[in-house]
Ligand binder design. Structure first.
Ligand code: PLP
Length: 363
């Protein structure tokens, strides 16, 4: 099997697996006062310190939860209740579904946020909560959080950054750039699934979305998933071969273009590992199945929405029209090998040739 769907889930990093196994052997509950509980609490607090160090935050402002979907929902619940909510047109469903009645910030054809439109919206809604992803899950396009942070600060608005896809591949000091909070998800950067965090700047009041036994200083009820959290913290800030990966991504992209494909987000800064390519005339699902039949895993749209036949709202917002339903996402994992790139290239070429032949026959 050749796995080219890292944006759905990155393969587990060995460091994360070791830390998770070690934590799994610790059967205490971090909220218990006895020694087993204290041992579990020590692992939890060490993980919190690692996340805080990475985020340049106070450990008290790291709230562990189940993943980025939950972290985003918590931020919106806590920070957006009395504010208009502005979200980027290409945000993930985790943000869209948590913000009924949201106001859309348009993007340019290359997927980058329209900063002039945002400026205008901030004049109309100066007390907004702005939710913007650091990196898009389908196209890899990076938003300019530095400028967006300044615009929000100037207007008096709050900024929440969904950093789920950027972390590990393209780290930034999101709080330093002006975000009030950001969301992360362990399995998107080589940790085990089931852990994430909301990190906030100091002094923000975070009302719990999930109430319970007072865990996470009363901001997220429920026993913490210690093995997943320990694994996530171990996966943070590991070296990432960005240059090698982006060179291979570019090779893949060039060979898709030579087969007639159209690439989304070309010209915009992008994640090193992601390309989103539309092959005119062939539905995305057909391409995903054709590649799967020769052992290659890619996706159409985001993994969370695969299974739906609707076309990508991300590509539609970028003006892709009909091509929005004909694009697949190829996202290289951290441990990709050169022979996987070659195999993908020949499988893609064979798929494009078959499509060409069948369109000639049916013409
Ligand atoms: N935000 C973005 C940009 C994502 O790509 C995803 C998952 O694909 C999420 C949020 C949700 O993450 P999780 O499924 O880990 O909760």
């Amino acid at each position: 099997m050749i796995y080219l769907d890292a944006n759905a889930t990155e393969p587990l990093r060995p460091e994360a697996r070791d830390a998770a196994f070690k934590a799994m052997e610790q059967h205490g509950n971090p909220s218990s006062v006895h020694q087993a509980g204290r041992a579990a609490r020590k692992i939890l607090e060490e993980a919190r310190e690692r996340v805080a160090l990475f985020a340049k935050a106070d450990p008290a402002d790291v709230i562990f939860c189940g993943g980025a979907t939950e972290a985003n929902a918590l931020a919106i619940h806590a920070l957006g209740s009395n504010r208009p909510i502005l979200i980027g047109a290409t945000e993930h469903e985790a943000i869209r579904a948590a913000t009924p009645g949201f106001i859309t910030i348009p993007v340019h054809a290359d997927g980058g946020v329209d900063l002039e439109a945002l400026e205008q919206l901030l004049i109309a809604y100066p007390n907004a909560l702005v939710c913007l992803m650091a990196a898009n899950n389908e196209t890899g396009v990076l938003h300019n959080i530095e400028i967006v942070g300044k615009l929000c600060k100037g207007a008096g608005a709050l900024l929440h950054v969904d950093a789920a896809q950027a972390i590990g591949r393209c780290n930034q000091d999101w709080l330093g750039l002006g975000a009030a909070s950001f969301a992360l998800s362990g399995h998107k950067f080589g940790g085990p699934p089931g852990a994430g965090a909301l990190v906030t700047r100091p002094g923000l009041e975070i009302r719990a979305l999930i109430k319970g036994g007072g865990q996470e200083l009363g901001r997220r009820g429920g026993t913490q998933a210690l093995p997943a959290i320990a694994g996530m913290a171990a996966a943070l800030a590991l070296p990432y071969p960005a240059e090698t990966i982006s060179a291979w991504r570019d090779e893949i992209e060039a060979s898709c273009i030579s087969q007639g494909a159209v690439v989304a987000g070309v010209g915009a800064p992008r994640l090193p590992n992601t390309t989103c390519v539309a092959l005119p005339g062939i539905r995305a699902e057909t391409q995903v199945i054709a590649l799967d039949m020769v052992g290659i895993c890619v996706s159409s749209g985001s993994a969370c929405s695969s299974g739906k036949v609707s076309s990508s709202h991300v590509l539609s917002a970028m003006g892709f029209g009909k091509l929005a339903g004909q694009a697949i996402r190829i996202s290289l994992p951290w441990n990709i090998q050169a022979d996987a790139i070659r195999e993908f290239q020949s499988a893609y070429a064979a798929m494009a040739l078959r499509a060409l032949r069948s369109s000639v026959q049916s013409a």
